[in-house]
Write a protein that binds this ligand. Structure first.
Ligand SMILES: [Zn+2]
Length: 308
């Protein structure tokens, strides 16, 4: 059954009537978008973060070292996957836990790998170029890494698990995508404490932001959607977080939803005019803005420090 557009709007609208939006949560730390954009540039400078490449290894080492300075509990889960074409991939999911003892936990995730081919490039000869992944990979990762710094300085009111998943974008087909999220989902029951919900950040840096509600999230994680879009409203970002359902996008949230963990996907899927930068060599840091990264980081910060 399809959870229709009208139902969603009414559902979210009803909550707004009963709950007068208040201002941002006092005392929460501020998220720095310029610092996040710098982290995007650092990642892109490693080269494409395609499994098996030097850039992939450089980013993994950098990310783990950075997180170990900030989180009391960092773990790397190494696993392998044989692709439809017979390639064997070595993949790495990284988790950084904050307040590991807390029994109420929230999962924030992003993919850190990048797509090996620019299959959406208009010119056939450019389709073999790996995607630089400034928005598609580095943006969500940068926001999570910046958040790690905030959580290290001001303990969140609940436990937070940051998850950096690998193998989201290998492809070309879906049988070789979302690999790290599938891996994490398959081991959810082994976690000492299962998170109550998840929030995925993907393509969160476009200089022209427009965060519509992703349709699968609206169906399977409507409570999470409400929390995120209400946090955006409290910060005055409603013009960029319209309370409307947009595309349905198959992404890393799907394996988590299938495993029973409600997870929303915060994604601005229209990247550049006519989505012309997505999965192309044009996915470079100059298409991104510190203001967008800051807005997204502020929304997640508000979500977490208001009690999740
Ligand atoms: Zn992608």
């Amino acid at each position: 059954m399809r959870f229709g557009f009208v139902t969603i709007v009414l559902l979210i609208g009803a909550c707004q009537e009963t709950q007068v939006p208040v201002g941002p949560t006092p005392g929460r730390p501020r998220f720095d978008g310029a610092a996040a954009l710098e982290l995007v540039r650092t990642q892109v400078a490693f080269g494409p973060r395609v499994p098996g490449t030097e850039g992939h290894q450089l980013q993994l080492d950098w990310m783990v070292a950075r997180l170990r300075e900030l989180s009391p509990e960092v773990a790397v889960d190494t696993f392998s996957h044989v692709t439809a074409s017979g390639d064997s991939l070595r993949l790495f999911n990284v988790t950084a836990r904050f307040r590991p003892e807390a029994t109420r936990r929230i999962l924030l995730l992003a993919h850190w790998d990048t797509r090996p081919r620019s299959d959406q490039a208009a010119e056939i000869e450019r389709q073999s170029i790996p995607v630089p992944g400034a928005n598609d990979g580095a943006s969500g990762t940068a926001v999570l890494l910046e958040l790690a710094g905030l959580f290290a300085g001001a303990a969140p009111p609940m436990g937070v698990d940051l998850l950096f998943v690998d193998g989201e974008d290998y492809g070309p087909g879906v049988e070789d995508m979302f690999l790290g999220a599938q891996r994490y989902a398959s081991r959810l029951d082994d976690l000492p404490t299962r998170p109550v919900y998840g929030l995925l950040l993907d393509m969160v840096g476009d200089a022209e932001p427009n965060f519509l509600v992703e349709e699968y999230s609206a169906q399977a994680a409507s409570v999470v959607v409400q929390k995120v879009w209400r946090a955006a409203e409290r910060l005055g970002y409603q013009d960029y977080f319209p309370n409307r359902v947009g595309d349905r996008i198959v992404d890393d949230h799907m394996p988590l939803i299938d495993a029973g963990l409600p997870t929303a996907n915060l994604i601005d899927f229209v990247y550049g005019p006519g989505n012309r930068y997505w999965h192309t060599p044009e996915d470079t840091p100059d298409r991104l803005s510190a203001a967008t990264l800051e807005m997204v980081g502020e929304v997640v910060t508000e979500l977490i420090y208001s009690g999740g």
